[in-house]
Design a protein around this ligand. Structure first.
Ligand code: ADP
Ligand code: ZN
Ligand code: ZN
Length: 748
């Protein structure tokens, strides 16, 4: 029998013990031991007996096996598999993303928090069918859309949690009061802490699945049966029936006795989603979201652990649900940037989910209308199984998209922010009381400089990203530190229309009022959504048609359905295109595709229905109408975008073709920050297989009097970068005088 060794972590409350210790597993314990087991071990010189968790098992000893101590005994014989898997995941995270083991453990292990009891209000439909019909007719006639929305939802669900009504349905307390006064609904107050959302939905029956849906469901479930554990990527346009597919696959796994984790960006956790999952899985599904208190959240984990739940739905952190027998992880909208953590360890939930699934031997399924370049490439080369769902279930028409060249507008003497096309379409919609959304693309906005006449953009000659303006005259590359002076005239066409793009949403709102007097507007951006509830209030106000135009940043393009919106104006498609990082084109494509999908969701209303509702139209205003991201988005052609984009990534050896490690060095002392970054760059340069860029000032070179420097390291081999990271961490630990702070970000 070969020898077995265990890496054991002792105490996760103190950074001082941030390491594992290796012990030998005695023969008599071999059959009973597994990752995650709680064991007792002799520790230190006096061989004091203490407890520890096994995070890894191996047959290759780290030290001389003769000198390796034996595990003394097992404390918790039937310690859960789930804990073991999560501990292994933490160990993997530390290696893969850097930081301390304790930082990783704190991410994966649920934090014990006492559960506070909360008052829960449930709204229940109380009137009989006849009364309901009478009122519904009245509300329809008076066009009281908020009341109608609530009535329709309650007619489907019977009863609903108030939190859900105000947040996801965007219906306020006054509306509930109004219905209560008419005897239509009743408000029940209970004290509970178990189920964060309560309602009793009836399931909308879907009689026949589409052919695409069937083949995806069968493919994934039978693949799993046959032992094909390759992750699956579902590329399906919005409305192609992906959610239905997820639900059916989960149901198939649950029937076999497994549990499921469904990851979803918080913003996409809409009322409809909650309803659909609850209808199928009743009280065996739970939802994690930011409105839960830490206690409620912990309670959901306890329920999962004790076998009360089959399905957990939530953002990133739902991945760490300690299910006893996890069978499947599904990740919707897998391209979403919110899946990446911004704190150490800066893990990507997609990679972590893939790892966790492989630890469990579980299935892993991803879905998106605009898959990340990383995932689609893996699908192309066979690492992932690819499923395509190109058709909308409802057969809904995609909107008509016009691309407007802003350089031509300027040449024709139009200096306003609205092109002729957009202005005339806005007039048309306003005169027919249809709604408009104006999207100001400020994602990743940095102060790039461009020419409004010819579209020229200053770019770094070494990194092929756009340069940012610092102060008045100096242009900077955030990757390599390259600088160039800004000339008063365009280097390309010698016009004086060169400068930074400065328009903000507030300014756009002013201009809308100036050009369309009397128009009712709402604005949604960081400034108008500071307070709790602001976001929901704006959305519900717009849904209630209290405004004609909603102006906003990327917040407005995600997931909301406003049937009366028939025009989407994208004011400056270019802003995210020149955000100065390698994902700029990908994000632009995504945002434009999503934004375009917002218009015309309600479908055209037939003539004679009293109101007009036109087909969806979208105007993309841009200085780069020929850019492949803009062109592909206007044609809603993912394939085309992917081909060009992966080509550029290859040329620049950016992910996924190569890997990029960003090392951020922070120090209160400028000199120390500089010398530390020089040292670190030197360590990196010792390796011949990597390309080192920098050190340079970070995009924000100083925050709160802390100086920030960055070094970028490129290499085709991820493992190589992980080793360099280890070397840097070791080097810093050995320097007593180092007071600064270092963060690693892989494939930022
Ligand atoms: P996606 O998640 O791809 O956006 P959904 O699963 O939400 O797509 O489906 C879009 C709409 O079509 C939903 O209202 C859903 O209830 C409905 N739907 C899904 N599958 C079917 C089907 N097989 N037959 C009829 N309607 C369906
Ligand atoms: Zn020019
Ligand atoms: Zn550069």
């Amino acid at each position: 029998m070969s020898e077995l060794f265990a890496d054991i972590i002792i105490d996760i409350s103190t950074e001082r013990l941030d390491r594992t210790f290796q012990y030998r597993v005695p023969d008599e314990l071999k059959d009973r031991i597994s990752c995650g087991a709680l064991v007792s071990i002799p520790f230190g010189k006096g061989n004091r007996i203490i407890n520890g968790y096994i995070v890894n098992l191996t047959d290759t000893p780290e030290f001389d096996p003769e000198k390796t101590k034996d595990i003394a005994g097992i404390k918790d014989d039937n310690s859960e598999k789930a804990v073991g898997r999560l501990l292994s995941l933490a160990a993997w995270m530390k290696h893969h993303y850097g930081g301390t083991l304790i930082q990783s453990l704190k991410v994966v292990l649920p934090k014990k928090t006492p559960v506070k009891q909360v008052e829960q209000k449930t709204i229940r439909l109380t009137a009989d069918k006849k009364t309901i019909d009478v009122y519904v007719k009245e509300f329809e006639k008076k066009h009281q859309v908020a009341r109608l929305r609530l009535m329709y939802a309650l007619m489907e669900a019977g009863a609903m949690d108030k939190k859900l009504i105000t947040s996801k349905l965007a219906v306020g307390t006054p509306v509930i009061k109004a219905l209560e006064n008419r005897g239509l609904v009743k408000v029940d107050t209970t004290v509970s802490y178990r189920n964060p959302l309560v309602f009793e939905p009836h399931e909308k029956k879907i009689n026949t699945l589409s052919i695409d849906q069937k083949s995806v469901i069968d493919g994934i479930l039978s693949g799993y049966e046959k032992g094909d554990l390759r992750p699956a990527l579902i590329h399906g346009v919005t409305g192609s029936g992906k959610t239905e597919v997820y639900i059916d696959i989960i149901e198939g796994m649950v029937k076999k006795g497994y549990q499921a984790i469904m990851l979803i960006p918080e913003i996409a956790l809409t009322y409809q989603t909650v309803m659909r999952f609850s209808a199928r899985f009743k009280d065996r599904v739970s939802f994690i979201h930011s409105k839960l208190s830490p206690g409620e959240r912990y309670d959901q984990f306890l329920r999962a652990r004790s076998g009360e739940l089959d399905v957990m739905i939530g953002p990133r952190s739902a991945l760490f649900t300690p299910f006893p027998n996890l069978g499947i992880i599904i990740m919707d909208e897998e391209h979403e940037t919110s899946y990446k953590s911004e704190q150490m360890p800066k893990y990507h939930a997609r990679e972590a989910a893939e790892k966790l699934a492989s630890l469990w031997g579980a299935a892993f399924v991803m879905g998106s209308a605009t898959p990340s370049v990383e995932s689609y490439l893996k699908a192309m080369n066979g690492t992932y199984n690819l499923y395509e769902m190109p058709e909308r279930i409802t057969g809904g028409e995609l909107p008509v998209v016009y691309t407007v060249d802003l350089r031509k507008e300027l040449a024709n003497g139009n200096r306003s922010i609205f092109s002729e096309r957009l202005r005339s379409l806005m007039e048309d919609r306003l005169s027919h009381r249809e709604q408009i959304m104006l999207f100001l693309n400020r994602r990743g906005f940095s102060s790039f400089v461009s020419c409004r006449k010819c579209g020229f953009v200053y770019k770094c000659p070494h990194c092929d990203v756009s340069l940012s303006l610092h102060g008045d005259k100096k242009l900077h590359c955030h990757y390599c530190g390259y600088t160039a002076p800004m000339e008063p005239l365009c280097p390309e066409c010698a016009s004086r229309y060169i400068g930074g793009m400065k328009a903000g949403t507030e300014q756009v709102e002013k201009l809308v009022h100036r050009e369309f007097p009397g128009v009712r507007t709402l604005r949604m951006d960081m400034d108008t959504t500071r307070k709790k509830g602001d976001y929901d209030r704006i959305l519900s106000s717009f849904a209630n048609e209290e405004a004609d135009v909603l102006i906003g940043t990327q917040m407005i393009v995600k997931g909301h359905d406003f049937p009366n919106v028939t025009l989407m104006g994208i004011l400056a498609a270019d802003m995210s295109l020149y955000s100065g990082d390698y994902r700029a084109a990908e994000r632009t494509f995504e945002l434009l595709t999503q934004a375009a999908g917002r218009a015309g969701r309600g479908g055209i209303l037939p003539e004679g229905s009293g109101v007009r509702r036109s087909m969806g139209e979208v105007v993309i205003q841009t200085y780069s109408p020929d850019n492949y991201a803009v062109v592909a988005a206007s044609q809603q052609n993912y394939q085309k975008f992917f081909e060009e984009e992966s080509f550029y990534r290859k040329i620049g050896s950016y992910p996924p073709e190569g890997h990029l490690l960003q090392i951020l060095i922070e120090d209160k002392n400028l000199k120390n920050a500089s010398s530390a970054s020089e040292d670190i760059a030197r360590i990196c340069r010792k390796s011949e297989e990597v390309q080192v860029i920098g050190p340079a000032d970070a995009a924000i070179a100083r925050i709160n009097d802390v100086y920030r420097r960055v070094v970028y390291v490129k290499c085709s081999d991820y493992e190589k970068l992980a080793c360099i990271k280890d070397e840097i961490e070791l080097d810093r630990m050995q320097r007593e005088d180092f007071r600064g702070h270092i963060e690693f970000d892989f494939d930022p």
